[in-house]
Design a protein around this ligand. Sequence first.
Ligand code: 5GP
Length: 113
Amino acid sequence: MAEETVFGKIVSGEIPVEKLVETDRVIAFPDIAPQAPVHILVIPKTTEYADVTELAAADPELLAELVSVAQQLAHEHADGNYRLVFNKGASAGQTVFHVHAHVLAGGLTESSL
Ligand code: 5GP
């Protein structure tokens, strides 16, 4: 079994977060170390998928729901435009191996992320 990640603890409620969106399968909460004026993480509740490649192959509908929630958040917290980042693998900067989308918005510059 995969080792529990910090996001598994957020899903189980062991680590409290401000839930900005919650659906049956997805939650969204602010990144603890924001890299943009709006920096929100969108994650599936399931702990099955370590990264976006695994998620896309196994459950494209769930991946589409992450994108849909990202759009909703961009409307609620910015002008509706957003940058969506998935890091896949340690050498690409992934530190938490529970798939997550970074939603970045609000006064982005070309150089941010
Ligand atoms: P990665 O580097 O894996 O793509 O992104 C992991 C993100 O999770 C980082 O941006 C980091 O700031 C964020 N993060 C790590 N631990 C926590 C936490 O306990 N709470 C929140 N809200 N974000 C976290």
